[in-house]
Design a protein around this ligand. Structure first.
Ligand code: URP
Ligand code: ZN
Ligand code: ZN
Length: 460
């Protein structure tokens, strides 16, 4: 059914204006002052609300075999949680282990998502080894509509690639116009530090951060930037967490390197004292790169507002309490990850926009428009314009609530942001013109989500 959204205030990455929005056949077909209600249209009154383009989470894990277990969400639970928080498209990491073939893994991830997502989605294809068969397989995956790769400089012997494999991946990516996203930590140093700490009987979650200090992330970021400069490929640092790594990325930007930076919501909101909490409470807050010393948070907010950090994702990765306890005798066995697919937008809005740390247009840009541009989805996604997909978030800035595992929609028995007040939430969310979420309740079609085919755009 066509939709007519009246009286809302539209906010995009570069404009703010009052207008009605008319939606037909999945797209926005008119914007302006629409006097007549077309026959058969559902009318939605957005008086007092902001209307944002559907948000894009550029970094989530849903199907994830990792650290002797599997992340807990299905595509159904994760996508409904995404919509509850205003995210209408996510980009999932397709992460084979080094013993799996890229093409087989890609088909597995596609099959897991196909017909099971309530919102639209695509994948970053992780290159976790580069041997003689890899190039042909990656070319096939790109031809199927994937225009971004992922490499891990961390996780030695599991996802991690060595420098030779990084070089080969970037060289191919440059030829194909594909952007390469990278987890930047020095795997060898992490492994050595982990062994030393465990040998000294330092086994609790509070030792996770010292095993992956800021310098180790800064080294990985600098090395990735150097390889980008040398190969001419375009790159994107995922989940950057601290000032020394930011400095490396910023210097590379200043030198003209095609390097983009993502930080994720836990690093803006939580600090390393959360992982220092006793027992499983600390384990719930173990992720990599780790939660950092608190002074980094203001640095990240400032860099985000200034555009030195390009995007904000979540690194959504739900492992429940029982799984976290796999690491009760050694922090190195705690499955890494903190979920956040549902909380990202409300936290950015409350603690960024409302507290005066983040310009509202930069907020839309970092959480929607820039991911769409970097990953080949713009202008179909990432804006509100005639011809764009009608992925719309009607946002209620007067809502007041508290984050709680009792009410969240993803599949995990705790929430890393438990108890945090929020000031605003989506009151209605559409995916390609269909109302999927209304006033905190999923009212839509859990199979509506489509795989988004993307073209490479990073030719240099
Ligand atoms: O701790 C994290 N980040 N878990 C998910 C895997 C990754 O490194 O992105
Ligand atoms: Zn990572
Ligand atoms: Zn991740």
């Amino acid at each position: 059914m066509p939709l007519l959204i009246r009286n809302g205030e539209i906010v995009t990455a570069d404009s703010r204006f009052k207008a009605d929005i008319y939606v037909e056949n999945e797209t926005v077909t008119a914007l302006g002052h629409i006097l007549q209600t077309p026959r058969r249209a559902e009318v939605i009154d957005a008086t007092g609300k902001l209307i944002f383009p559907g948000f894009i989470d550029p970094h989530v894990h849903i199907h994830l075999p990792f650290m002797a277990t599997f992340a807990k969400d299905t595509h159904r639970t994760a996508s409904i949680a995404a919509l509850a928080g205003g995210t209408t498209t996510f980009i999932e990491m397709c992460c084979p282990s080094r013993t799996d073939g890229a093409l087989d893994a890609y088909q597995t991830w596609r099959a897991k998502a196909n017909g099971h997502s309530a919102c639209d989605y695509t994948f970053h294809m992780a290159v976790t080894k580069f041997d003689d068969r890899t190039e042909a397989q990656l070319r096939e995956i790109v031809a199927d509509g994937i225009s971004s790769f992922k490499i891990f400089l961390a996780y030695k012997n599991f996802f991690g690639v060595d420098d030779d494999e990084m070089y080969r991946t970037l060289t191919l990516a440059r030829k194909l116009g594909v952007i390469v996203t990278a987890h930047c930590e020095n795997a060898e140093l992490v492994s050595r530090l982990q062994q030393e700490l465990i040998a000294a009987n330092k086994t609790g979650p509070e030792h996770h951060e010292p095993s992956r200090p800021e310098s180790v992330e800064a080294e990985g970021t600098h090395r990735f930037a150097t390889f980008l400069e040398t190969t001419g490929a375009a790159g994107y640092v995922v989940h950057l967490s601290c000032e020394p790594a930011l400095r490396m990325a910023t210097r590379a930007k200043e030198r003209g390197t095609a390097i983009f930076v993502e930080s994720v919501i836990p690093h803006f909101m939580l600090d390393k004292t959360y992982a220092e909490r006793p027992g499983v409470e600390g384990m719930k807050h173990v992720m990599s790169p780790p939660l950092r010393a608190k002074h980094n948070q203001k640095i990240l907010w400032d860099a985000l507002n200034a555009g030195l950090i390009d995007t904000v994702g979540t690194d959504h990765c739900p492992f429940d309490t029982e799984q976290k306890l796999l690491g009760k005798d050694a922090f190195t066995q705690i499955p890494n990850g903190i979920p956040g697919i549902e909380e990202r937008i409300n936290l950015l809005y409350t603690y960024g926009v409302k507290r005066g740390l983040l310009d509202i247009h930069r907020f839309v840009d970092a959480a929607s428009t820039k991911p769409a541009k970097l990953f080949g989805l713009f202008p179909r996604k990432g804006t509100i314009a005639v011809g764009s997909d009608a992925d719309l978030v009607i946002y209620d800035p007067s809502y007041r609530g508290t984050i709680s595992s009792a009410t969240h929609h993803f599949n995990c028995d705790y929430n890393g942001f438990e108890g945090m007040p929020i000031e605003g939430r989506p009151s209605l969310v559409t995916v390609r013109g269909k109302v999927q979420f209304r006033d905190g309740t999923f009212v839509g079609d859990a199979t509506r989500g489509q795989f988004l085919k993307r073209e490479p755009t990073h030719f240099r």
